[in-house]
Design a binder for this molecule. Sequence first.
Ligand code: PSU
Ligand code: MN
Length: 302
Amino acid sequence: MLENYLEVKDSVRRALAEGRPVVALESTIISHGMPYPQNVETARKVEQIIREHGAEPATIAIIGGKIKVGLSDSELEYLGRSGKVVKTSRRDIPFVIAGKADGATTVAATMIIAALAKIKVFVTGGIGGVHRGAQQTMDISADLEELAHTNVAVVCAGAKSILDLALTLEYLETRGVPVVGYRTDELPAFYTRKSGFEVDYRVDSLPELAAAVKAKWELGLNGGLVIANPIPEEYQMDGDVINKAIEAALAEAEKEKISGKELTPYLLAKIKDITGGDSLSSNVQLIYNNAAVGADLAVELA
Ligand code: PSU
Ligand code: MN
């Protein structure tokens, strides 16, 4: 049944069969999160870092209606270039498949597919969350619901303050999702190491982290974990600069009445323009840093 839908790349299939570590990667970040060609260059380098750390990368996407677990180099290039790829979250998966279309998977959709393929660790930049103003708009990312259900550890650099971080943490608490600081007491805010919010647990070593992940799932405590890994000091942005850019981007989005699935990509592109590309450089570096930690965690779990 599943074979009718999932196409697992040979190198990934072999690694999984042999019990070697595999790390899942999302593709919305490639098609909707960054401009070409930096998106494709970053995606390639992330895969390389994961290999250097002893794990097998599996970038996930839907191409021509087929779910791909692991992409070839030309498929990566295609996703980054074609401007016609559908941003695909949980609700979209069946329709992208039925329409034989191309879909770039969000954190939620990537978690679903990773779990189907039996991949436990997933590396990304930042997760979606509760948007500012959600009291009115009810804009809450499907990523949070997926974290509540699906057994995948998500390594990220926290969440951006385009979101309401306090409400995002409340939501995760309600849904029983642990928010773990990797070598930090504070939830990182993506572009910066600090957000002013504490994480639930700080872990300083990978064996300790792996032990907690194992205990959670062996006890049947289903759902994901947020492993928040701060951007390296030298690449973080100035707090005032990035916060002003975020405020300006949010105001612009409101003026243009951007909502729904368009909002996050719109804000990312605006922030990049306002910061003259500086936010993109930070974005790229924090993903590299997450790739290293995610691969090390996958090795530890294997
Ligand atoms: N944050 C980023 N870059 C991204 C995303 C989030 O820095 O590309 C993407 C991820 O794929 C995430 C999605 O799952 O945006 C969340 O979108 P929404 O807010 O519409 O749920
Ligand atoms: Mn939304």
